[in-house]
Design a protein around this ligand. Structure first.
Ligand code: 13P
Length: 346
């Protein structure tokens, strides 16, 4: 009996805790380049201390654990501590929030396939995952990027990324971490929602084929996908009902019932859209095999950054903004979010 079989119950119970009712994930795993962009948007310099201070603000927000089950960390972040010296993974665990890690090394140009990307980071991954587990991580996240454009995505790119995701997922399970597999079909471009649905369906089917071949136990995994949505520049923008229907139809065709939950990324939707679209799916009241939840980066953090602006005096307002956004997404987990709630005080 292999080690995967031995700890599958534990993996499955962590996966279920991550997609617990009314809760979802906050993605705070921006790589050095991405966090620099986010901080630049509020004119804050990306120094190690500013990154640490910002993450401390997020992780010490009171009460947010009512709606946040897990937080994804970056390599630098999992090693950082609060001003009082408490390591971030400990801060999260003390609130009952599960710490996770992004162990991939980013999406790079796929040689020979102009406009397409492959995610790097498999070399030495077993050892890195072991270290992250010792630092407190209980799950991982690996992001693959699929771009829609003229003649792309190619089947080759979809399969290369599915293969990397599956190798990462198998290593996570061997190490005792729940793999979150993230195949993101980008919303950049002028494509229709129908084209997004077609590409998302093929991407997911090829991913689940690869996971099966790599002997990954699906009960101990989570899927983090894009919603099926119109391209950003498409003149016809689908509304929440159409997005919800297309997304659920697509996932019913491609995602096996053993998967405990689907935690959507926000991918460039506004915070309000991301909440509204998730809400529309849960409001359909369907009897689905998986939870429909969130794992938002930008859609949870945008209002926080805007309220904070890098000023100590704004920390409490920024934490209120985070709590408020988390609460609205918590309501969307039940299909109980309304636009009127946007205006309610945090
Ligand atoms: P967004 O919600 O900003 O797309 O980020 C989620 C994430 O973790 C992407 O890997």
């Amino acid at each position: 009996m292999g080690s995967i079989l031995m700890n599958i119950d534990e993996l499955a119970s962590v996966a279920q805790a991550i997609v617990a009712k009314g809760k979802g994930i906050m993605a705070a795993d921006e790589s050095s380049g991405t966090i620099e962009k986010r901080l630049a948007s509020i004119e804050v310099e990306s120094t190690e201390e500013n990154r640490r201070g910002y993450r401390e603000l997020l992780f010490t927000t009171k009460g947010v654990e009512e709606f946040i089950s897990g937080v994804i960390l970056f390599d630098e972040t999992i090693r950082q501590s609060t001003q009082d010296g408490v390591p971030f993974p400990e801060v999260l665990k003390s609130k009952g929030i599960i710490p996770g890690i992004k162990p991939d090394k980013g999406a790079k140009a796929l040689a020979g396939f102009p406009g397409e990307k492959i995610t790097e980071g498999l070399d030495g991954l077993r050892e890195r995952l072991e270290e992250y587990r010792e630092l407190g991580a209980q799950f991982g996240k690996w992001r693959a990027v699929i771009t829609i454009g003229d003649g792309i995505p190619t089947r080759f790119c979809i399969d290369a990324n599915a293969h990397a995701l599956a190798r990462y997922a198998a290593l996570c399970q061997e190490t005792g971490l729940v793999p979150i597999v993230e195949p993101e079909v980008l919303m950049d471009g002028g494509h229709t929602i129908e084209r997004c649905e077609e590409v998302t369906e093929v991407t997911l089917k090829r991913l689940y084929d690869a996971l099966l071949e790599h002997r990954v136990v699906l009960e101990g995994t989570i899927l983090k996908p894009n919603m099926v949505i119109s391209g950003k520049e498409c003149p016809e923008q689908a509304g929440p009902e159409q997005i919800a229907e297309a997304t659920i139809r697509c996932f019913q065709r491609a995602v096996p019932a053993e998967v405990p939950g689907i935690t959507f990324l926000s991918g460039g939707q506004t915070p309000e859209q991301a909440t509204e679209n998730l809400n529309a799916m849960n409001a359909m009241g369907l009897d689905l095999p998986w939870e429909l939840s969130f794992s938002y980066g930008r859609a949870l953090q945008e209002p926080v950054l805007k309220a904070w602006k890098g000023e100590e005096a704004n920390v409490s307002a920024a934490q209120k903004a985070y709590y408020h956004r988390a609460r609205l997404n918590g309501a969307a987990r039940y299909g109980k979010y309304t636009k009127e709630m946007e205006a309610e005080a945090a």
